[in-house]
Design a protein around this ligand. Sequence first.
Ligand SMILES: C[S@@+](CC[C@H](N)C(=O)[O-])C[C@H]1O[C@@H](n2cnc3c(N)ncnc32)[C@H](O)[C@@H]1O
Length: 262
Amino acid sequence: MEEQVDNIDLSRKEGLHSQFGEVEDIGGDHYRSFVGPPNYYDLVGVTQFNLLTLFGMRETSSLLDIGCGSLRGGRFAILYLRPGRYFGIDREEWLIQDGLQSHFGEEQVNRRQPTFIIDEDFTFTKFDRKFDFLMANSIFTHAPQWQVSKCMTEAQKVMVPETVFLATFFESLDGTDYEGEEWLYPDIVRYRKETISNIVNDAGLDCHHFEWPHPFNQKWIAVTLPGIGLDVEKALSGHVYSYEAALERRRTETTWPGSATN
Ligand SMILES: C[S@@+](CC[C@H](N)C(=O)[O-])C[C@H]1O[C@@H](n2cnc3c(N)ncnc32)[C@H](O)[C@@H]1O
């Protein structure tokens, strides 16, 4: 049975587009400070978007933004992607509402047609579709192992061979893993690389660790279905933007960007 996709109303709070949360504490009830240090709201958002395009996100791609919050990164994707290609999931409805109002307003939301689901169980199948890209920025940095595992298991259900799932975590400094059962926020949790790889592999997925800047030194992974052979180095070299890549597209008659998931 098809699941109902919730309609998200825009926030009715006034002047959100000119409030930048300068004096708010991290984790406070301002849409910027709730998701992290407000003075890094711009950079933490744009690094997600840049990385998605390096891994090949085109305007026809579909993106699932896991724990999308106030659209710190999602706002760039919502503008870039063709209408109806952005999907966000979070447990906090007010964050999405405030993000939509501050970044877009009603006319732009109607034009860009992002879709949202309020959910805290990572039930991505509620969207009733697959995705070309998944992003989980600053989620596993607060999540217990069982939630990382649940997220991976659910992600596997909405991925196709071409899908790239990008995510961050904080690396362990002392060789131990967070063993608690709770989501910690604004506190953070840390994991060893092997622990993250094992959780991803247990969900039937491949895990590629790679170096890419993050303002808080979060570490990046790219997750794919097994045996895909993702060329991370080539992606990070900026190949997708190159003349060489354009020539390859001409040769393969894929000049217009496509999507494996429609
Ligand atoms: C640190 S913020 C990151 C938000 C966003 N990814 C970004 O980069 O701005 C963590 C987000 O995860 C959301 N969250 C926490 N637990 C969740 C769960 N179980 N399911 C979905 N979202 C969750 C929070 O509401 C918050 O928006």
